[in-house]
Design a protein around this ligand. Structure first.
Ligand code: HEM
Length: 205
């Protein structure tokens, strides 16, 4: 889970950086150029397969871990230790991950499917990704789903970021507190930037 989690975190860094081009006031030119490059570059096409494999592996590992954790103690404790021994979001990684997965299915149906149809079924017909984003985020329900999706992402990362290092045994007296701090910053800043996208397009439509 540690390796696939860190790999997915690196994808998020690239995704949030490329998507931030949406905020440039250039009518989407930079964003569309980047999106076109990403959907046509052979190395990125290969990385896309690795990304989906990583996503599936991470989900399956998470489901197995959640099942194992639940079956380890079939009879629940009479009194829950609550937040005294672990945070609620650490105990809810399965639920947060499932919410994220639902968000991803909706998200891919919005953008990714269209790009692929244009690329493979319509003989490489051009995709105006910027216009797609603008149109998709003109609907309030979509904005709400995205904001809820990235809030789940933030909570999921809050536990996942530093625990990925822990799982890989990367524990160090000096560096672990720094990794924890970086994890909190990443889990707050990245979802905030993502959330700003649907909100920005909805408010400026
Ligand atoms: C909230 C703002 C977001 C916007 C505007 C956005 C936009 C896009 C667009 C336009 C694509 C299609 C790329 C293509 O043409 O193939 C895409 C793909 C994707 N997005 Fe997002 N995204 C957002 C947030 C997220 C979040 C929060 C996640 C993960 C939790 C995510 C995960 C993905 C994945 C896995 C793909 C498929 C990548 C691929 O093509 O290989 N996105 N996104």
């Amino acid at each position: 889970m540690g390796i696939t989690g860190l790999f997915l975190i690196s994808f998020l860094m690239v995704h949030v950086s490329v998507n931030s081009l949406l905020f440039l006031h250039d009518n989407g030119d930079s964003f569309n150029t980047a999106a076109h490059f990403m959907s046509h570059n052979i190395l990125i096409r290969i990385m896309e397969i690795v990304l989906f494999a990583g996503l599936i592996a991470h989900t399956v590992q998470g489901l197995i871990l959640t099942k194992q954790n639940n079956s380890k103690r079939p009879t629940k404790y009479a009194v829950s230790a609550g937040n005294a021994t672990s945070k609620w979001y650490s105990r809810s990684m399965g639920i947060l991950g499932s919410l994220l997965l639902m968000f991803l299915v909706i998200h891919l149906s919005h953008f990714w499917v269209e790009t692929k149809i244009n690329l493979y079924a319509k003989n490489d017909a051009p995709t105006n990704s910027y216009e797609e984003v603008k149109e998709t985020f003109s609907q309030l329900w979509v904005v709400i789903v995205y904001v809820l999706g990235v809030i789940s992402l933030g909570w999921h990362l809050l536990h996942g970021f530093s625990s990925a290092f822990q799982t890989l045994g990367l524990n160090h007296k000096k560096y672990t507190p720094i990794i924890k701090m970086l994890g909190v910053a990443f889990s707050v800043i990245v979802p905030l930037i993502f959330a700003a996208m649907p909100i920005y397009f909805f408010l400026t439509k």
